[in-house]
Design a binder for this molecule. Structure first.
Ligand code: AMP
Length: 283
């Protein structure tokens, strides 16, 4: 696996892969990698002979600057975790490499209003920054396929919209959520939880499963209220639990309103913000 820090060098390897007729798979990450990321890379490698993984903690998507400062950076560990996956290139650029003309450039991509609900409400500007960096990375890597996790439901929905809207020549492949033994969705932020809270955080998945089990017996409002109450067990403090249409991300008032229904949530614990989701109705 080659470790590449500049756009110029990355383009050289991409050109070489293209000259050999290889399809290119791309997995953008912010590093502090775990088995969730690894599952994306392995899938990318099964479907494409040439795989690029980026590790870039994108400052423009952090509305909370202390979250940016605390974001774990573990390049040596990440490299060791990636080596056996068959990834061909680890792209590890600096901020000035990604934003040579300043980080306002390309920050105004149309997101169809999908950035105004849920995460967008609590993290203003987050999705503008996320879309900005994904677009910039897609322009550099020019992948045939882009791999993202269902873990960040709103994120991949927005990227899917951007790809459609800008008619980008990349297929988005969404990969399932990988969980810890107790059901907690793997996340780089889990490292910042105390051992006790991390153990207790299996509650989040249990609540989502309980909601799914009783979704035909209760109204949407009752399901949301039930989840918010159970997720208010200390040390957890829910920010939202929203049952929404999986395409538009608009709240639904009844399961009959839509063919694709997802429950999305954000919960605070130990000063760490955790997100998760479960598909209640699959199209
Ligand atoms: P991040 O490094 O957190 O920006 O995540 C990079 C990619 O990995 C995103 O597409 C995430 O949705 C995905 N991802 C993060 N956690 C998981 C997980 N537990 N299971 C599957 N994919 C994940």
């Amino acid at each position: 696996m080659k470790i590449v820090e500049t756009v110029k060098e990355l383009k050289k390897w991409i050109k070489a892969a293209r000259n050999e007729g290889k399809k290119i798979g791309f997995v953008p990450t912010m590093g502090a990698l775990h088995e969730g990321h690894v599952s994306l890379v392995k899938k990318a490698k099964r479907q494409n002979p040439f795989v690029v993984v980026s590790v870039f903690v994108n400052p423009t998507q952090f509305n909370d600057k202390s979250d940016l400062a605390k974001y774990p950076r573990t390049l040596e560990f990440d490299t060791a975790l990636l080596a056996p996956t068959g990834a061909d290139v680890l792209f590890f650029p600096s901020v000035s490499e990604i934003y040579p003309d300043g980080d306002n450039v390309g920050a105004d991509i149309d997101l169809g209003g999908l950035d105004t609900f849920m995460e967008g409400k609590f993290r203003p500007g987050h999705f503008k920054g996320m879309a900005q960096v994904v677009k910039r990375l897609l322009d550099i890597v020019t992948p045939d396929r882009l791999y993202m996790g269902q873990k960040d439901f709103q994120q991949f929905s927005i990227v899917a919209y951007m790809i459609r809207n800008l008619d980008l020549p990349t297929e988005l492949v969404v990969c399932p959520i990988i969980r810890e033994k107790n059901g907690l969705a793997m996340s780089s932020r889990n490292e910042r939880l105390t051992r006790e809270t991390r153990q207790k955080a299996g509650l989040i998945n249990r609540v989502m499963i309980a909601v799914k089990k009783s979704m035909d017996l209760k109204s949407i409002a009752e399901l949301e209220a039930y989840a918010m109450k159970r997720l208010s067990t200390p040390p957890f403090e829910p920010e939202y639990f929203s049952i929404v249409d999986g395409y538009t991300l608009q709240p639904v008032t009844s399961l009959r309103d839509s063919t694709y229904v997802v429950a999305c949530l954000a919960v605070w614990a130990d000063g760490v913000r955790l997100i998760d989701n479960i598909v209640l109705k699959q199209p």
